[in-house]
Design a protein around this ligand. Structure first.
Ligand code: AMP
Ligand code: FES
Ligand code: ZN
Ligand code: ZN
Length: 310
């Protein structure tokens, strides 16, 4: 497989984009694409102060790296949850986030749940009614709350997270299975601030596959925590990701189409408003007189014309 831009040996093949690239061109392609998505979805500008929530994982550190390379003003926020399982998960991810910031001369804010609230996530979880379960739902809620608070209190124009396409497709899958209309209405590359005190949020990596993010982190030499949170094992989101990956293997591009078609449906309003035949572009086919949404002749008539070779 050869790089499409220079003909050298490719290090990554992306069948969903019909594109293979060498290391150098891949490391250029990622920031270019990210910039394109930032513009397309009106995420933020060069003048905005951005706060990147970084977990020490490949996605959020790559995101911070890309925004830094693109010249955006971006600080990091690491939330220390106090999760000790596996490889001493929180301490190790904090070390890597700090190392990353130091190497680039970037500012990292650290918010330590235990020193701010007297208890780690695992302890808080054990004390709440949700405590019989894994701490993930408590943890998710605490993270969202802290990110929002720091972004607002410190005057950042936007909060960015490292959610990639696999994350977004899995969330979308879960939301459609439950037909969670409220969540579906709020899912997207940008979530606007609201009067109730929600900070503006953006997900600049939402169109990149997880494997593209892994490749970027490895090729650009970012040291990140390989392990997932020890509590994530057996989670629904991992289960949905596995199912989507099986479908993706048979139909490259499926995850991207799934997510982009959802965004498109939302944009046109078709997703929220039920279609009204007469107003929403239905009309009568001039050939057969049946109702159709196609422009001009209906698809049946078009097909018939084609097979009869007229
Ligand atoms: P996750 O929910 O673990 O898949 O993480 C999604 C995104 O949330 C990451 O890409 C980060 O931007 C952010 N994030 C997760 N954990 C932390 C953390 N401990 N501190 C700061 N940001 C985090
Ligand atoms: Fe919060 Fe795993 S990161 S429970
Ligand atoms: Zn090349
Ligand atoms: Zn017709």
């Amino acid at each position: 497989m050869k790089c499409r831009k220079c003909g050298e040996k490719a290090v990554i093949n992306m069948p969903q984009h019909k594109l293979a690239l060498c290391k150098q061109h891949y490391l250029e392609w990622m920031p270019e694409q990210t910039e394109r998505f930032i513009q397309k979805y009106h995420m933020f500008g060069r003048e905005d102060r951005i706060l990147a929530a970084v977990s020490g994982g490949k996605d959020s550190l790559s995101l911070w790296d890309i925004l830094w390379r693109l010249g955006y003003k971006c600080d990091g926020l690491y939330i220390c949850l106090g999760i000790e399982g596996g490889v001493n998960y929180s301490a190790e991810s904090q070390r890597l986030a700090e190392k990353f910031a130091e190497e680039r001369g970037l500012r990292l804010r650290v918010y330590d749940i235990a020193s701010e609230h007297g208890q780690t996530i695992s302890e808080i979880n054990a004390r709440t009614s949700r405590g019989q379960n894994k701490p993930c739902s408590v943890c998710g809620m605490v993270k969202r709350q802290v990110m929002n608070r720091v972004a607002r209190e410190e005057g950042y124009q936007v909060l960015v997270t490292g959610h990639n396409l696999d994350d977004e497709a899995a969330v979308l899958f879960g939301n459609t299975l439950n037909w969670a209309v409220g969540y579906l209405a709020r899912q997207g590359p940008v979530l606007e601030a609201n009067a109730l005190g929600l900070a503006r949020k953006a997900k600049p990596l939402c169109r990149f596959y997880e494997r593209e993010m892994t490749a970027y982190a490895l090729l650009s030499g970012i040291e990140y925590i390989y392990d997932e949170c020890p509590y994530a094992v057996g989670s629904k989101s991992i289960y949905y990701k596995e199912i989507l990956n099986k479908m993706e293997a048979d139909r490259p591009g499926l995850k991207l189409t799934y997510y982009l078609s959802f965004l498109e449906a939302k944009k046109t309003g078709a997703f929220i408003k039920p279609a009204d035949d007469e107003k929403e572009g239905m009309h009568t086919c001039p050939t057969c007189g049946q109702p159709t949404t196609a422009a001009g002749e209906c698809s049946f008539c078009k097909m018939m014309t084609k097979i009869h070779g007229a």
